[in-house]
Ligand binder design. Sequence first.
Ligand code: 5GP
Ligand code: ZN
Length: 112
Amino acid sequence: MDCLFCKIITGEIPSTKVYEDDKILAFRDINPQAPTHILVIPKNHIAGVDELNEENSAVVAYIFAKIAQIAKNEGLSDGYRVVSNVGENGGQTVRHLHFHILGGKKLDNQMA
Ligand code: 5GP
Ligand code: ZN
């Protein structure tokens, strides 16, 4: 399968890793939109939020528990944002489920 983030998981494409275990990988976004911009992905390929179901979604709870830890480790004690873009209208450019952690500055309140 030709998936950029699957290649990041295998190491075929290099990344700056922030956290890794058998289920998930967190790495720095190549084009940061905030002083801290980390992507958290499941190692199991899921295309996006639109492909989640009762069989494969346990990893999302796991990811959010790790996001809280990663944010603490990054010193984001003043808050941060977690975003997942879905599909074309949502602005998703990589079809492998990922959660952006954005922080390190006061983010604007624009939702759309
Ligand atoms: P999306 O637009 O799908 O929500 O987010 C995809 C993100 O992946 C973008 O923020 C983009 O900067 C990031 N990205 C794309 N290619 C690479 C890459 O090769 N390495 C890393 N670290 N991030 C990437
Ligand atoms: Zn993938």
